[in-house]
Design a protein around this ligand. Structure first.
Ligand SMILES: [Zn+2]
Length: 236
C-alpha cells in the first residue's frame, strides 16, 4: 500500500521506501498515526483533527478510508464528531480512559519484542557507520530528557528518540515503520512513567556512546537493557 511521507507529524519527510511484508491497512494507519500524534503531544484531548481530506493526503491513502477509520474511532470513543460551523472531528476528552480500556498485554508484548528486534537489527546493521551529526542530535534529546521535569515532554522526547534513532540508522522509510509500531503500541500498553523514562534514558546515553565508537555488542546490550527497564514496570 502507499504510505507517502506524511506531513502528519514530525516523523515524515524525505522519500519513503516501503519495507517488505504486510504493511498496516489504511484504517490501522489512521489509528496508529493519530495515536502517535497524541503521544507526541501534537494534538491533545478536545483538539480538532485536520479534515479527512487533509489526513488522506498526508497519509497517502484515500479519503473514504480515512472517513471510515475516523468513524470507527468515534464508535470506540477515541474521537468525537461535532456538527455545525465549529464542527469537525475532535480527540475525545476521555481519550486516556478509553485507551486504558484497550490495553492488551499480550499484543503489546509481541509488538515490543518486534520493536526490540528492529532496533537490534538497525544497530548491528549500522555499527561503525553512523555519522556524527545524527548522533549529536540524538544526544541533544537525551540531554533534554535529563533536564526536564514535565512528564508530557518526557514522554514526547522518549518517543522522538526512537523515531529519530530509526531514521538515523535506517533512513526515512524505517522511521515510518517505527512510527507505525510506536503508534500502535501507544494504544496497547500504558505509557511509561517518568521514572521508567529516566532509567531508559541511561540506556539511550550508553547506546549513543557505543554507536559513536562503533562497538556493536555493547550497543546491542544497551538496546536490550532499555527493553528490560520497560518490562520491570509491566511484569508479564
Ligand atoms: Zn527509549
Amino acid at each position: 500500500m502507499v504510505n507517502a511521507a506524511g506531513k502528519f507529524g514530525p516523523y515524515g519527510g524525505g522519500d519513503t521506501r516501503l519495507l517488505p511484508g504486510r504493511g498496516p491497512t489504511g484504517s490501522e494507519l489512521v489509528r496508529s498515526r493519530i495515536a502517535l500524534r497524541v503521544r507526541l503531544g501534537s494534538v491533545s484531548p478536545r483538539d480538532r483533527l485536520p479534515d479527512a481530506g487533509v489526513l488522506a493526503e498526508e497519509l497517502g491513502i484515500s479519503e473514504i478510508t480515512v472517513r471510515r477509520a475516523l468513524e470507527g474511532m468515534c464508535q470506540d470513543g477515541l474521537l468525537d464528531r461535532r456538527r455545525g460551523r465549529a464542527g469537525g472531528t475532535f480527540v475525545a476528552e476521555g481519550w486516556d480512559a478509553v485507551v486504558a480500556l484497550m490495553h492488551d498485554a499480550e499484543e503489546s508484548a509481541s509488538l515490543d519484542a518486534f520493536h526490540l528486534l528492529l532496533e537490534c537489527g538497525l544497530v548491528a546493521h549500522s555499527a561503525g557507520e553512523v555519522p556524527a551529526g545524527p548522533l549529536e542530535e540524538l544526544q541533544a534529546l537525551v540531554d533534554e530528557m535529563d533536564l526536564t521535569d514535565d512528564p508530557a515532554r518526557l514522554l514526547e522526547l522518549e518517543t522522538l528518540f526512537h523515531l529519530d534513532l530509526a531514521e538515523a540508522l535506517g533512513g526515512p522509510g524505517v522511521r515510518e515503520f517505527a512510527a507505525d509500531l510506536l503508534g500502535r503500541l501507544s494504544l496497547l500498553a500504558p505509557a511509561p512513567t517518568p521514572e521508567v523514562i529516566r532509567a531508559r534514558n541511561r540506556c539511550h546515553a550508553e547506546l549513543l556512546a557505543e554507536l559513536g565508537r562503533g562497538a556493536m555488542d555493547p550497543a546491542v546490550q544497551a538496546v536490550k537493557a532499555h527493553q528490560q527497564s520497560h518490562q520491570e514496570t509491566h511484569p508479564r
